[in-house]
Design a protein around this ligand. Structure first.
Ligand SMILES: C[S@@+](CC[C@H](N)C(=O)[O-])C[C@H]1O[C@@H](n2cnc3c(N)ncnc32)[C@H](O)[C@@H]1O
Length: 235
């Protein structure tokens, strides 16, 4: 609720900035987007975790973050049912599928395509669409024990735009977790310091018995990224 309110206040702010000429329209957005992408590519090229991921045949460095959190907090157990939000290119999916085997279930969703590991139900779709959300809930066929979310919007490099996009995604993910989880379930979600993270924490605190913030070693020290682990869902 607080996250939705925050999105409602940011979008009009953007409109006002556009009117006053502080945002010069699509050209500026595209230039900032290109700059953000260039910065990202440079960081990737020098990142030891990216090399480590390649050596282990993992599609991304993101897997190391989940690996650490899952091991520390015993997130995976054989037979669990997991919903994964924002799964491509599939690093987390592989860990989750291995962690719940045998007899476990993983439903993964992303708007980008990926090749899912054997036994994983992958849904390609945008979580902003009601049709995708329904497909995901149908595929789960029952309540999930754990929802893991590594969703990230495309960064534009413009703080207000990135904040609005992140707030909207987190709010979608929190809503999806509330629909999917059974009593006592857990929710792991990526957040960015300052980008709606306080509103997200309040929402989680109102729905789960225990909420903690985590910064795994593979998460870049200078980045605003961290994770909330919310446990003990109370429907
Ligand atoms: C950081 S990546 C996930 C990496 C993944 N955890 C891994 O280990 O390979 C974030 C993903 O969120 C997805 N995403 C962002 N917004 C989305 C949306 N509205 N619906 C579905 N997927 C979305 C992106 O397509 C992207 O693949």
């Amino acid at each position: 609720m607080a996250a939705q309110k925050s999105a409602r206040t940011i979008v009009p702010r953007l409109a006002r900035m556009a009117q006053s000429g502080k945002i010069l329209g699509e050209t500026v957005l595209m230039a900032a987007g290109r700059k953000a992408k260039r910065r990202w590519a440079q960081t990737q090229a020098h990142d030891p975790w990216v090399r480590r991921a390649r050596n282990r045949g993992l599609p991304s460095r993101a897997a190391f973050k989940l690996e650490e959190i899952a091991a520390r907090h015993s997130l995976f157990k054989p037979g669990l049912s997991i919903l994964e939000l924002g799964s491509a290119p599939g690093g987390w999916t592989r860990l989750a599928a291995a962690g719940v085997a045998p007899r476990g279930r993983v439903v993964a969703v992303d708007r980008l395509d990926m090749v899912p590991p054997a036994g994983v139900c992958f849904i390609r779709g945008d979580l902003a669409s009601a049709q995708t959300r329904n497909e995901v809930l149908m595929a789960l066929s029952g309540k999930a024990d754990l929802v893991i979310c590594d969703l990230a919007p495309n960064l534009t490099g413009i703080r207000d735009v990135d904040e609005a996009n992140q707030v909207e995604l987190s709010s979608l993910a929190a809503e999806m977790a509330e629909l999917a989880l059974g009593d006592g379930g857990s929710f792991l979600i990526k957040a960015f310091m300052g980008l709606g993270s306080t509103a997200l924490e309040s929402r989680l605190a109102g729905k789960y018995r225990n909420v903690r913030s985590l910064k795994p070693a593979a998460s870049r020290a200078g980045s605003k990224e961290f994770y909330f682990l919310a446990q003990g869902y109370q429907p």
